[in-house]
Design a protein around this ligand. Structure first.
Ligand code: ZN
Length: 375
């Protein structure tokens, strides 16, 4: 998620906020100070605002604790967590990979709403303590009980990609053994809840409150499209895993020697072939990759005097073997945000595989109904 900035680090995880969260922070503070607290309590204007801002910060802490619970369980299961980002609709934990086992997904998913419900219970317990219930502190505590209850309950709805949907997916996955089938089912339930929210939101917008209604409809739309794209992604992954890298390999591949000049390379390689990258090899051994982007960094008048070796990327080199499946290659491309990976066979360069090649191949094989080759 772009357009976010880092705040601090907890247990090796970067905690950041997306700029949309600032909007929701201002909105919550304002609604609490101007509408919610004045409706129930009789304080000064300053007290309304201070309490509103503190309550909004505590919402932030509540969402953060929910996400931290997911991330810490993920880490304990061996899944690296890069960061947690809070945005307009809550938080997201950026995991570096998906859980490989249904039990791990179940544990990771359930612990988030579990934490929120536990917090709700603790705050509710605090409201039972004796004391003046009309004071700001008591007001914040009871509001936090309500917010955490809402966070826990909403996330437990069994539609993917909500936590409850992940729980449902892990159960179907565990009992059928098929992740794609499980994602399909949990995604459909997610889409169903999305439509329900849109319907209820539109009804409320017309009948009760325009703003709340539109807000609920917006959440529904977000849920619906997230569920839809999760289902599509898993279908694509499934399809990709049925083909091997070898099937897309071009038997005659163009490589380049490191001492070639940039101008020679542009003339003889990039002007003649469609790709945007070329492997660099010395005595048949792969030593790097050079792309059009690398060339663009050098002013044209220096092309004659610059060798490929000086502008190529020597590491990290991302490569796959011809026997890997296309899903492995695509995951590598997506994970490292590169446009292509090298194909390596016994340390020798066997070619390049780009994002565009994979997409073109999948479209073509789908259109022509080319049968899968198996893993
Ligand atoms: Zn969650």
């Amino acid at each position: 998620m772009k357009a976010s900035f880092k705040l601090f680090r907890i247990a090796g995880i970067d905690i950041g906020i997306h700029y949309t969260w600032l909007f929701i922070f201002a909105f919550f503070s304002w609604t609490l100070a101007q509408a919610y607290f004045p409706a129930y309590y009789n304080w000064s204007t300053t007290a309304y605002w201070v309490t509103g801002v503190i309550a909004s910060l505590l919402i932030f802490v509540s969402v953060l604790l929910h996400e931290l619970a997911h991330s810490l369980v993920a880490k304990s299961r061996g899944i690296p967590v890069k960061s947690i980002t809070l945005f307009i609709l809550g938080g997201v934990s950026n995991l570096e990979e998906e859980p490989q086992k249904p039990a791990a997904e179940f544990a990771m998913a359930i612990v988030g709403p579990g934490t929120s419900l536990l917090l709700a219970a603790i705050f509710w317990g605090l409201t039972r303590l004796p004391g003046d219930k009309t004071m700001p502190l008591a007001a914040v505590i009871s509001y936090m009980a309500y917010i955490n209850l809402y966070l826990g309950a909403f996330n437990l709805l069994p539609g993917f990609p909500l936590d409850g949907g992940r729980v449902l997916r892990s159960i179907v996955w565990g009992s059928t053994g098929s992740l794609s089938r499980a994602t399909d089912i949990a995604g459909r339930v997610g889409q169903f809840f999305g439509w329900v929210f849109i319907g209820v939101g539109v009804f409320l917008a017309i009948q009760v409150s325009l703003f709340s209604g539109l807000w609920i409809a917006f959440i529904g739309w977000f849920l619906n499209s997230a569920a839809d794209s999760s289902r599509k992604e898993i279908t694509l992954r499934e399809r990709l895993s049925h083909f091997k890298v070898r099937e897309l390999m071009n038997p005659t591949i163009e490589t380049i020697r490191p001492e070639t000049t940039v101008s020679e390379m542009v003339m003889n390689v990039f002007r003649r072939q469609p790709g945007r990258a070329v492997p660099v090899c010395r005595d048949d051994k792969l030593i790097g990759i050079v792309t059009i982007t690398d060339v663009k960094k050098i002013p044209q008048e220096q092309w004659n005097a610059t060798t490929v070796e000086r502008i190529m990327t020597a590491s990290p080199l991302y490569s796959v073997s011809p026997e890997d499946n296309l899903n492995t290659a695509m995951q590598l491309i997506v994970q490292h945000d590169v446009n292509q990976v090298l194909i390596k066979e016994n340390d020798k360069c066997a070619g390049l595989l780009s994002r565009a090649d994979i997409i073109r191949f999948i479209q073509m094989s789908h259109e022509l109904g080319i049968p899968r080759t198996g893993r």
